[in-house]
Design a protein around this ligand. Sequence first.
Ligand SMILES: [Zn+2]
Length: 471
Amino acid sequence: MKLWFLRTYVIFFLMPTLPVQAAPLRCALPLSHFFEEGSRPQTELKFEKGMRYRVQLKSDPSLYNLKYKGLSAEGDHILHEFIGTKGAYYRIPMEDIFAARPKGMAYTHFERWLNTAKEMILKSQALARQLFLPIQDLAQKESAVQVVGTGRSSLKGAEQIAERVYGFDQHFLSLGFQRPLKTLIWYEDRSLLPDFYGPFALNAEVINRPSQKIADATISTGRDSQYVNDTSLLLHERTHTLLNRTYRSEAWVLENVRFEEALSDFFSAHWLDAPVIGDNGTGSAIRNLKTREARLGLRSYNRKDLLSLQEKPEEHLDSLLISHALWSVREALGKELLSESLKLIVDSLNKHHQSYQESLRAEGREYTEGPSAATYDLEYTLVVLKKLNQSDWQKTSVDEVISRLVQEYQLSDTRIERLAQKLQKSEADFSYVDHANDENNIKAWRYGVAGLAVDTAIIASPIIYGLTYLF
Ligand SMILES: [Zn+2]
């Protein structure tokens, strides 16, 4: 399949290399007969370099000998080139030869050309069709989650995705989070296009179902990517959508990418009871919330101390500082109590950041995006968890978790304690507001698990369409 794809392009790229001469010398002589030299019975006319032909011109009984040189093009015309007996150079239009060939003789080269052209059209159209294959309904769960894909997509996979997203949603709805009214998931598990990298989120619109562009949320899954059926990644991306439908974009957990990524990992891990994202049964997860190890591209990283932040600063990697703290608190509280407290935790992260920033300012520090931002994010997470433990959980096990993290990251216990006491709740309302067409509304459906398929389709389709139009 991949070779097929390559070949189509090879044909396109080779096309312009056919010799096109600026001043063509076309055969000015009207052809009467054109046939191959030799007396063997012939059923088809072949053209090979060096082969000899005999040409008879209209109202001229004499035969001319020509040696075949090759093919060239001039404007819309395809020309055969010959060298005459005295070195004269002839270019004879293909259609002239076609008309002058012996009766009943197939014109192989012409047909081959026709077939090549036809093949190109068919293949480019097939590719275009693949990209614009009618999107079909594959699976549905209530009216909330609909999975669509092409006829190539696996129905079983689509059903599983609908079930999983729906079940995940129900749990987090019961905890106080919101979801879009309707979600359209584009499931492309068997695309022809190769995997370049991924998985990642993207803004995927369903191209040939314009009416569905207004779907509240679109998750697109990548293609033959090994991650296409990975539930932890699907739910990670789904959490982005839930968070964006629960809070407005000014909310700290959405304004700060590390928090958004950390929560997306954590919701998924919490629901699946496994602290791994993108494990896919390989035993080597993209991110492990418990061990704080991660993969990015071909390399492995960890976030076990603050020094590790120097190595490849990146939001998903740095988010492990936050998600590991949350996972550790989950271990201390247990699954049930953590579930009950989850909305409170996320709300608290939103409502206290202003106050935390003011405390920093009073110390002459400023929270700004930069090398130390991830460290401040970790400290802020611990401060909020400390405060929640003081007011709500009152568990020594949570204090122990915080102390362990303070030690591992070489922060200060007394400082965390002091900042927690000073923490004030903001009166600002960070709840999502549902106004059609506003920024929040649009943002809510910008996430998906994906390989490059949809991206590639969007980029490549005008090119492919343009090429098919030429034929
Ligand atoms: Zn994410």
